[in-house]
Design a protein around this ligand. Structure first.
Ligand code: BEZ
Length: 256
């Protein structure tokens, strides 16, 4: 699992507030009902879990980052520190929800989905959103080009996976889930904190391959390369996000 090891909840809340703020479509696909029991897979600081609680659901969150777990618990949430590939739950959730997390799991995705399918009660749904095929293509290409200039092959360091709709459908179906909706949606996303802040927060596993004293310069080079594509007339940065949004269901007749 290629998860960013350095999640800083304060920095995330400051520079990545757009992540939960732009989650309304996937929450709408989930359509949480009062009294439902929902697993928030990769709940982070719990911002979206709290929305589900406000809708009347009972929410259990899991996250692999101890810092995020601490922050979410401080907000009154039931959150367990856990690797998403090792879900221990059996037929106990009406829904599993996940936003902007699954693309960090480069290895072991089948174990994640198998655990999700097992965690759902028969008839329960798995609803999520992640980066899909083509996500941050310009940013990734800019980073790889600059790393190459600095003598580093960054390809094995890319920490994300962005599946295409057919591949994602196949994975869900492999574990017995029936896909109800699946969409790939381009969603250019304004980076109010700028591209540098995005790179520092989300591209750590690539940037840390550079010697410390080259990182600032490398980020400036990525900015210079990408400005014509990702900076608008008013000087604001946009990330070339493409979302993969899905809703799948464990068949009502399945055994646990
Ligand atoms: C995303 O949400 O699509 C994303 C986040 C961090 C890095 C790459 C993509």
């Amino acid at each position: 699992m290629a998860v960013n090891p350095n999640w800083d909840p304060e920095r995330y809340a400051r520079d990545a507030a757009f992540v939960p703020a732009l989650a309304a479509p996937v929450v709408a696909w989930l359509a949480p009902e009062p009294g439902e029991r929902i697993l928030d897979l990769g709940c982070g600081d719990g911002t979206l879990s709290l929305e589900l609680v406000a809708a009347g659901a009972t929410v259990v969150g899991i996250d692999s980052s101890p810092e995020m777990v601490r922050r979410a618990r401080a907000r009154g949430l039931d959150v367990r520190e856990m690797d998403a590939r090792e879900l221990p739950f059996v037929a106990e959730f009406d829904a599993v929800f996940s936003n902007a997390v699954l693309h960090w799991i480069r290895d072991g995705m089948d174990a994640v989905i198998q655990g999700v399918a097992r965690a759902l009660r028969p008839g329960g749904r798995f609803v999520g959103e992640m980066g899909g095929f083509g996500n941050v293509a310009a940013i990734a290409t800019g980073l790889l080009a600059v790393l190459a200039r600095h003598g580093i092959d960054g390809r094995p360091l890319v920490p994300w996976t962005f599946p295409s709709p057919p591949r994602w459908r196949e994975r869900l179906e492999r574990h017995g889930l029936e896909v109800e909706r699946l969409e790939l949606v381009p969603r250019p996303t304004r980076l109010d904190a700028g591209l540098r802040a995005w790179l520092e927060l989300f591209a750590g596993p690539m940037l840390t391959a550079l010697p410390q004293d080259e990182r600032d310069q490398a980020i400036a080079e990525v900015e210079e390369l990408l400005a014509p594509a990702l900076r608008d007339e008013d000087g604001r940065w946009w990330a070339d996000y493409v979302r993969l949004r899905f809703r799948a269901r464990r068949p009502a007749t399945a055994g646990s």
